[in-house]
Design a protein around this ligand. Sequence first.
Ligand code: ATP
Ligand code: MG
Length: 577
Amino acid sequence: MRLSKYLLPTLKELPADADTVSAKLMLRAGLIRKVAAGLYEWLPFGLRVLKKVEQIIREEMDRAGGQEVWLPIVQPKELWEETGRWQVYGKELLRIKDRKDTEFCLAPTAEEVITDLVRREVRSYRELPLLLYQFGIKFRDEIRPRFGVMRAREFYMKDAYSFHADDADLEKTYKEVYDAYVRICERCGFKFRPVEAATGAIGGRFSHEFMVLAETGEETIATCDVCGYAANIELAESTAFGSKKGEPLQALGEVDTPDCWTVEDVSKLLKIPKIKFIKTLFYDTDQGPVVALMRGDHELNEAKLQRHLGAKWIQKASDETYRSVAHCEVGYAGPVGLSARVVADWNVATVENGVTGANKKDKHLVNVNLERDYTLAPESFGDLRMVREGDPCTRCFRKNTEKPTFHKLAFHKGIEVGHVFKLGTKYSESMSAGFLTEKGTKSPFVMGCYGIGVSRIVAAAIEQCHDDNGILWPAPLAPFQVIVLPLNVSEPNVMAAAEKIYSELRSRGVEALLDDRDQRAGVKFKDADLLGIPWRVTVGEKKLAGGCVELKSRSASASEDAPVEEAADRVLKKITP
Ligand code: ATP
Ligand code: MG
């Protein structure tokens, strides 16, 4: 490709509203342009990268036994009503009407459509298992589109769905797709971790996310370097490792805490550490109001609370719920005198002579003890808190119950690029999608689903591979392998040598770009660095006088000279793995 004819508009200035390195570089290097919030155009240079990622994913999905299909992006409301998701999906689902006023949505995902296809076309256990995948545009009306194409509203995804006769068979395919995702991440050159993850709106019982490690990642993952445990902090396990010290029980007392209700403020006022506090948190749930007790220095993990309760949904209680359950001002509730449904984090049981709200405005209780003072003992205890960096790893602990050794959890930031789920029969049951078993009885499909963000991967690659001057493409994703850079295009010798090398490379199947623009050398070098093409061949008058050109890798500072005749050969050797 000749740069003079190529739609590759590079920008010198930093785009004002680009909020991450990858978004800035994708705009500056002419991969994308923004049309509106969360909506992007992919220009030829960017699309080449996207297609490379797509091809890597396709090869690995085929290797895992997948069959490619194409599903519509406009999906009928009726299918979404069958699973109840038309109601529960919320505002991320863009709902539209056709000319007959029939309602549809733009696909944010395709469980309903694919389950409908398979229930119509698959009859017998003999046709199972089935792994179907597609590449397609997804639309999610994200509340805050950001980070360029990383969290866009319209984006490009590979989604896959598998159908099985039983759990054991799902397990097998799940592992195969998991392995395919590992290979995809490796081939993209990522530093990454697969981590255990929550299931969220897609539902199901179990999932793993593929996290590309990057400082700018939105997700936090907890890992143990000793046993290899890795989980999204939404899920990461923590249990009570502390125990009671056996303090003598002090007399329960009430103290004045005017205008203080947060643990922070009351702790300062009373000069009692937060670890001695019990927080009383109120939730509205589909099962009615629930009170969750946490130790004062701990953070409640809502996903854990929801799982603990087995609730369909939970949300922080309204002030009305709070007042009607606690019969006091918001902020002053506590377990003494409280008659409500109460659950507690394990660590609550270890608090001796604790501090809680007194269920009266501007009052707190001190020396509260669970066995002696709580009006109702919690109906259950569980792991309800967010893990903290440095917490002991529960998996190592479990393996070593004889002689407990605690390895510390480390936190990392990550970008979620892929997600694999075991759905079980959640969708097949609600959509009556089943098959005939060997015995001739009807049974619902056991399903898995597997998504990977193609466009997000492009941004994640840049997030991981760049320097101050621009992108550093990992070779498998690079849109071109070599840029040939004649320093002075009006010099016939220079241009002739550059053309010769360029056409030799192309005839040998190398993706090469020729910077034949009539620009200053400085501009060309800057652009070459910005574009991040792995190899550069510079053709200048000085070296050419001695019959040579210069070869340089984008990621190294050193360069080498090569005779014009050998240049293409040498480049080929360097780029062939
Ligand atoms: P997130 O938690 O980041 O919103 P998700 O859990 O909603 O992701 P999935 O439904 O599992 O994502 O979708 C599969 C993949 O699609 C994700 O791993 C990610 O790579 C990609 N993806 C999801 N939402 C977006 C988005 N708004 N923009 C770009 N890619 C996305
Ligand atoms: Mg999402």
